[in-house]
Write a protein of this length. Structure first.
Lengths: 149, 147
């Protein structure tokens, strides 16, 4: 099955689904961050934007959490040697940890009129972390130490 | 000058060579392209889901589009700019690629759909078509590496 995925057209199909999941996840999180920064969506608070998009954020996370390990498992010798992949995993852990703690608290407090003082900082940190995850993900293709045949 | 000749010239241009022959040229532009796509995709999702009445149900769905107009424009400029640079770096290959041609056709359809949307009463239909076309763009993009 692993060989089948790696060598067939299923691999780019899974990659494409992974990309769509990434867009759902990072696209919706970044919208909340832009709102916290005061860019766009002024009619709603960051909390309203986050709750309206929450289902799509989770759908994106679920999609990448299924397709990601599927790709990893299809080529076990490739990823552990790829520096971009290792960087991505560290950045992903940081982005997720920040999202579930600091980011969540800042968004919840944004329902108050002025929002929390640290809101912009938290939003900027979130944007930087998630962007780094995406950039590292794209770089996996450029940093293969052992190239798959 | 024929189109293949034009692609040859584009590919030989200084900026194209910087991207295709330097170590970091292609990885950096490629990463920015994907990043821009994520932001762009978020704004597309925001406007289309609002138009479909799935998020922010309310009488004024058009307001959602105005809410993220600036962000969407910025995302589109970045995605088109980096996309044009990636094309330039390998114009001959991309021109001949079926995946690339399909992608360009889908982008043209997205443009036509947006124009039709601005003159139509069927906002929900156009929003649904838009989401399907954008998903198709992602698949076609990945296909460029194979076809």
């Amino acid at each position: 099955m692993a060989d089948f995925i790696r060598q067939s057209l299923w691999f780019p199909v899974i990659q494409s689904v992974h990309m769509i999941g990434l867009t759902l996840l990072v696209g919706t999180v970044s919208l909340v961050d832009f709102r916290l920064l005061g860019i766009g969506m002024r009619r709603h608070t960051a909390a309203e934007v986050a709750s309206a998009l929450a289902a799509w954020t989770w759908a994106g996370l679920l999609t990448v959490a299924v397709t990601g390990p599927l790709m990893f498992w299809s080529d076990l010798t490739r990823y552990p040697h790829n520096p971009a992949f290792l960087a991505k995993m560290v950045l992903l852990a940081m982005a997720l940890a920040g999202h579930l703690t600091l980011h969540r608290r800042v968004v919840a407090e944004s329902s108050r009129k002025d929002g929390p003082a640290g809101g912009r900082l938290a939003a900027a940190l979130s944007l930087v972390l998630w962007s780094s995850v995406v950039v590292a993900a794209r770089l996996i293709a450029d940093f293969d130490v052992i190239r798959p045949d | 000058m024929s189109i293949p000749e034009l692609c040859d010239r584009i590919q030989d241009a200084w900026i194209s060579q910087v991207i295709s022959t330097t170590t970091w040229g292609y990885p950096i532009v490629g990463a920015l392209h994907v990043l821009a796509m994520a932001v762009c995709g978020g704004t597309v999702l925001y406007t289309d889901l609002s138009a479909l009445g799935i998020v922010f149900r309310g009488p004024d769905a058009g307001a959602a589009a105005r809410d993220v107009r600036g962000l969407k424009a910025a995302g589109l400029v970045m995605v088109l700019g980096t996309g044009a640079l990636l094309f330039a770096s390998g114009a001959v290959y991309y021109y001949g690629s079926v995946g690339f041609r399909v992608k360009m056709a889908l982008l043209a359809l997205i443009l036509l759909n947006a124009i039709a949307d601005s003159r139509s009463r069927y906002a929900r239909l156009h929003a649904g078509i838009s989401l399907a076309l954008w998903a198709g763009v992602v698949f076609a993009s990945r296909a460029i590496a194979f076809f």
